[in-house]
Write a protein that binds this ligand. Structure first.
Ligand code: 13P
Ligand code: ZN
Length: 273
């Protein structure tokens, strides 16, 4: 059996292709990572090569020490994951301190994991601890409508959360905590990773101004669905405000309170003003 025949790898590849089909991954834009369960690693251990050297992650994620992650490669195109996963992706193992990684499968023609590895791993650490191990997927994409909103709305969690909730009735049920907003920062390093991970302690999604979106979820479907919902909501905002300056009617505070009650979700109180 090849690694690409394992269910988790097939799902990883299908996710990358779905993101590409949505238009969220121009060139090498965006990246994906999956915290692989120990039982899957046991099942595929014979296919892994543990001889490659460790390299620094660029940050420390001690709670993730020893764990394995499927990741996309830096500079690799999401559009090529389906046709050539072994060239575009890697399975990596972290050392016990959670400070270094080594490639145990993939990136067969050279290269390294995504430049956003510090953000992916710091988000994984925060979400694993916050969800009692449930969350396993971190996804970064460049969806046009959401990026456009970062030129229009105040860069505050409150504005983004409330406006996106208002654009589609099921949004507050899908992201009841809201969405975090991070001002423009240089991508690819520890600094933006630290700021993003702080937001991910509260939210399952964070937007990087003038750049893109990070989402976290328990599985591939939930994570993709969250990104899709946020981007669609942003698209509706852009459509509405392309036609009129001010909404004629909308979902009200009282409507949100009723919705939350009926669907059994807790909405972030201060976004309900
Ligand atoms: P990588 O090609 O290194 O994954 O970077 C793409 C990207 O979107 C950076 O934010
Ligand atoms: Zn990016």
């Amino acid at each position: 059996m090849k690694l690409t025949e394992f269910a988790f790898v097939k799902e990883f590849i299908a996710f990358a292709e779905a993101g590409w089909q949505k238009g969220w991954h121009e060139r090498n834009g965006g990246n994906l990572s999956y915290r692989v369960p120990a039982e899957d690693i046991e099942a595929c251990r014979d296919l892994l090569d543990f001889s490659r050297p460790y390299a620094p992650i660029g940050t420390a994620v001690p709670a993730l020490g020893g764990q394995f992650f499927m990741v996309t490669g830096s500079g690799k195109y999401m559009s090529n994951v389906l046709s050539n996963p072994a060239d575009t992706c890697a399975l990596i193992q972290l050392d016990e301190a959670g400070e270094n990684y080594r490639i145990v499968w993939g990136l067969v023609n050279g290269g390294r994991p995504t430049s956003e590895l510090p953000t992916h791993l710091m988000n994984h650490e925060v979400k694993m601890l916050a969800t009692d191990g449930a969350h396993r997927v971190i996804y970064h994409c460049h969806p046009a409508n959401l990026i456009a909103l970062t030129f229009i709305l105040p860069l505050e969690d409150e504005y983004f959360s409330r406006e996106l909730w208002e654009m589609m009735t099921e949004c507050p049920i899908i992201f009841p905590a809201g969405i975090g907003v991070i001002p423009w920062m240089v991508p690819g390093g520890r600094e933006i990773a630290v700021v993003t991970a702080e937001k991910m302690k509260i939210y399952d999604a964070a937007v990087w101004a003038h750049h893109g979106l990070f989402c976290s979820g328990a599985d591939f479907d939930a994570t993709f669905g969250l990104a899709h919902t946020i981007e669609k909501s942003a698209e509706i905002y852009i459509k509405v405000h392309s036609v009129v300056e001010k909404k004629r009617q909308t979902i009200t505070k009282d409507d949100f309170i009723q919705l939350a009650k009926d669907f059994g979700v807790t909405l972030t109180e201060e976004f309900l003003k």
